[in-house]
Design a protein around this ligand. Sequence first.
Ligand code: GLN
Length: 196
Amino acid sequence: MKIGVIAIQGNVTEHVHALERTFAEQGVDGEIIRIRQSGLVPDCDAIVLPGGESTTLARLIWQEGIAAEIRSAVRSGVPVLGTCAGLVLLAKDGDDQITRTKQHLLGLMDIEVKRNAFGRQCDSFETSIDIPVIGGLFPAVFIRAPAIVRCGEGVSVLARFGEYMVAAQQDNMLALAFHPEMVADTRLHHYFMNMI
Ligand code: GLN
C-alpha cells in the first residue's frame, strides 16, 4: 500500500509519522511518499492533504500540476484525507475571503468552508470532541482552523464543535478541521486507512 502525502508546505512530517505509526499498529508493510511534483499521485492508493496555508498550497499544487492529478485520482475513487488547510482545498464552496481572493479550491467535496472560523493563530486550542465513528472522544487540536458551514446531501457529518461541523466524510473523502497528526491517538488515521 502506498500513501502519498502532499509535501509542498505545512504539517507534512507529522502526517508521515502518524501514518508510519498506524502502519506499524496494523502490521501493514506500507510505503509513504512525499509528493512535491507531478507524476507521483497516479501511483498512490491514498492521498493526504496536510494543513498549512491553503492559499500557498493551492497556488503551488496548481503550479506543479499536482491539483489535476489529485482531482482525477479522487474522482476515480482513491481515498483522500484533508486536514485543516487540506479540508479547505477539498471544498466546493468557500466564504467571502476565499471568493474575494479568488483562491482555487479542488471542489471535490460538497461542503462550504469558512477559513479561520475560530480566530487567529493565538486563538489556537485543543479540546475533546465526540466522533462516534471512532468510538467517542478525540483530542482535537485546532490551529487557525476552518469550519464546515454547509454540507450537501451525500456528506456525513462525523463531528461537530459549537455551531460548526468539524469532521465530515463523502464517499472516499475525509475532511477534518483539526490536526489528528499532532496527537498520539491514531484512531482517525486508522479510520482513513480502512477506507483504502
Ligand atoms: N488558516 C489556514 C488556511 O486557511 C489553515 C490553518 C492550518 O492548516 N493549520 O489556510
